[in-house]
Design a protein around this ligand. Structure first.
Ligand SMILES: O=C(O)CCC(=O)C(=O)O
Length: 238
């Protein structure tokens, strides 16, 4: 069963691409052109990201601060700590996509947490979502390498709440890796990644040595994300 679940979850992570294979920038070297950030305070665009691309990303990669409050975060953590109690962080992932993590798929939640999950679903998705919620617990020294979620197992929208810490996510354009956006994901925020952001960009969670936003270091501690996904479209009928 554990093997089945692990295999099933890991199927989301496809096309893990070492950062060095796609681009050679580090967060320190990002130098965004001066821009009006009022529309996207949590996004930092690479200079090669033109205005049309920026507008598309602002639409397709949204970050909503304080989506949950402190009490709701504590309730989620309480239920999740029980779930993770007996599992260890893993450092040897089969396709090297993720380092220092443990994870689970959760089909049901207690009453309070179920309300939060339903709020997420109603807010972030225009259609149905998969029943199981993916929960990913990254150790302080853990990180997720650039990857595209499998199009076979996941539809056009991925949305997650970040617990315990601020962190930095980067989206790198698959065809033009010099085009990328760095995103600050505050603790208790919700991100919604859909359409172009979901299909045209790899995404990653940076490790602490690279974790900078607008020149400031963002030190990630342990991070738990609670992630919902839309189902993949049904196969075409002949
Ligand atoms: O932890 C997160 O919010 C992102 C997880 C992720 O990259 C994924 O599930 O594909």
């Amino acid at each position: 069963m554990v093997f089945y679940i692990a295999k099933n979850i890991r199927a989301f992570f496809k096309h893990a691409i070492p950062l060095s294979a796609t681009c050679s920038h580090s967060a320190r070297s990002i130098c965004s052109t001066p821009t009006d950030n009022s529309n996207s305070p949590n996004l930092e665009f690479s200079p090669e990201c033109d205005e049309a691309m920026r507008q598309m990303l602002v639409k397709d990669f949204q970050i909503h601060k304080d989506f949950i409050n402190v009490e709701e975060e504590n309730n989620l953590l309480e239920e999740l700590e029980l779930k993770f109690k007996r599992s260890r962080y893993q450092y040897d992932h089969w396709d090297d996509a993720i380092h220092g993590y443990r994870e689970t798929e959760k089909p049901t939640w207690n009453k309070e947490n179920d309300c939060v999950i339903n709020r997420l679903r109603n807010f972030a998705f225009s259609t149905t979502t998969m029943q199981h919620v993916h929960v990913l617990d990254l150790a302080e020294n853990g990180h997720i390498k650039p990857h595209l979620d499998s199009i076979k197992f996941c539809g056009n929208t991925i949305s997650g709440i970040s617990l315990l810490t601020d962190s930095v996510m980067r989206l790198i354009h698959i065809q033009r890796p010099q085009v990328f956006v760095t995103a600050l994901l505050p603790r208790r925020s919700l991100y919604i990644m859909k359409d172009s952001a979901r299909y045209e960009f790899n995404h990653e969670i940076l490790n602490n040595s690279e974790s900078f936003f607008r020149g400031e270091q963002v030190t990630k501690t342990r991070r738990i994300s609670v992630i919902c996904r839309s189902p993949p479209p049904p196969p075409p009928t002949s």
